[in-house]
Ligand binder design. Structure first.
Ligand code: ZN
Ligand code: ZN
Length: 248
């Protein structure tokens, strides 16, 4: 049974009892094998879908040419995006658990995985910033998973951390309901603002999110940061979609 299916019965309880209590009551379950204790156990961690070439030099989506079609067609605002994993299998399930399953306790381990990757594959930058979430959605969920990951990465890699550089200005429709990449891009583009231009000007930003799907959210954030004078913007996500070798 999928992790989300297994989570379904306890989600109602989460709403009643509060998520912190839920975290205490239910120890983490491995998204791969269901074993107890970690969101991904040591054995399943060996089998995670590593992102390997060929991928787009800019956005890291699967591409046999240097640039994928999207990046060749229009220039991205970010300098590059990198991820340790493809968005599939148990890394995908663990991200879904953190994001929609209320499993906040998964964040430290996932953040450490991202930090380990960054240590081995350094990106230029002196500030780590999370992709912002609209305040009303943040209240609903209780946390912004990108913030939890970014704070962990900054701490482990000894890089400055700022969660207040960017904000969403209005609530966007849940992107899952949007049908094409173009409408998603428009939907996101108007909604990101830089709150701290003076802290952004001249800085090298490492923008952290859980997953890169079309890259439109990252691109909107990077565009706003560049407009405010950021020297560089590199994106770091746990996983990137659209990199499958064998069309999943
Ligand atoms: Zn496992
Ligand atoms: Zn690309």
């Amino acid at each position: 049974m999928s992790l989300m299916r297994r989570l379904a019965p306890v989600r109602g309880l989460a709403e009643q009892a509060g998520r912190t209590l839920l975290d205490a009551l239910y120890p983490l379950e491995c998204a791969g094998c269901g074993g107890s204790g970690k969101i991904i156990c040591d054995r399943c961690a060996q089998e995670l879908p590593r992102l390997v070439p060929p991928y787009c030099r800019v956005c890291a989506a699967y591409s046999e040419t240097e640039l994928c079609r999207a990046c060749a067609q229009s220039r991205r605002h970010f300098d590059g995006a990198r991820s340790p994993y493809r968005y599939e299998g148990s890394i995908r399930d663990s991200i879904l658990a953190l994001k929609y399953g209320g499993i906040k306790a998964a964040a430290p381990q996932l953040g450490d995985m991202l930090a380990d990757y960054l240590k081995e594959n350094p990106l230029p930058g002196d500030v780590v910033a999370p992709v912002p979430m609209h305040e009303s959605r943040r209240r609903e969920r209780g946390y912004n998973q990108a913030e939890l990951l970014a704070r962990r990465v900054a701490g482990r890699c000894d890089i400055g951390y700022r969660a207040d550089l960017l904000a969403r200005t209005r609530k966007v429709d849940p992107q899952a309901g949007m049908t094409n990449a173009a409408s998603r891009a428009t939907n996101v583009a108007d909604s990101v603002v830089v709150l701290r231009p003076s802290e952004t000007h001249g800085r090298g930003i490492i923008l952290v999110d859980d997953v890169a799907t079309t890259g439109s959210t990252l691109n909107a954030c990077a565009g706003a940061l560049k407009e405010a004078g950021a020297a560089s913007v590199w994106c770091l996500t746990l996983a990137v979609a659209g990199t499958h070798r064998t069309g999943e």
